[in-house]
Design a binder for this molecule. Structure first.
Ligand code: 5GP
Ligand code: ZN
Length: 123
């Protein structure tokens, strides 16, 4: 897609701080982090929103979701189940969809947001 910033990042036409890449996905640090850890998991294929996905994207979406905790661990915000209480650490996973969902970049991406609080706008 011409003029899509995440297509350009995936194609290395503009730089990013990448933390992961394979044939289907790239993950990179958000340029305007909302928390100590904030990265995006992005399919290389241009898909505008989560609402544009169907069964053809089932495996891709599963891959994105399963990559989130692996990369969160590498980035230092793993959720640790201590076996008692709530455990420790952890992160948010977020797809913004459409204007009312707060989406700004219309190329599908999964936010992974974590690290010690406070976060921007949150305790
Ligand atoms: P959305 O609101 O669409 O869910 O989130 C888009 C995210 O992409 C925002 O958090 C924004 O900071 C991030 N972003 C926008 N442009 C760039 C860019 O050029 N590079 C990087 N690394 N992140 C970007
Ligand atoms: Zn795109």
């Amino acid at each position: 897609m011409d003029n899509c910033i995440f297509c350009k990042i995936a194609a290395k036409q503009i730089p990013s701080k990448a933390i992961y890449e394979d044939d289907d996905l790239i993950a990179f640090h958000d340029i305007n982090p909302a928390a100590p850890v904030h990265f995006l998991i992005v399919p290389k294929m241009h898909i505008p929103t989560l609402s544009d996905c169907n069964e053809a994207q089932q495996a891709l979406l599963g891959k994105m979701m399963l990559l989130a905790p692996k990369l969160a661990k590498e980035q230092g915000c793993a959720y640790v189940n201590t076996g008692e209480g709530r455990g420790s650490g952890g992160f948010k996973t977020l797809f913004n969809t459409g204007p009312d969902g707060g989406q700004e970049v219309y190329h599908l991406h999964l936010h992974v947001i974590g690290g010690p609080h406070p976060w921007r706008g949150q305790r």
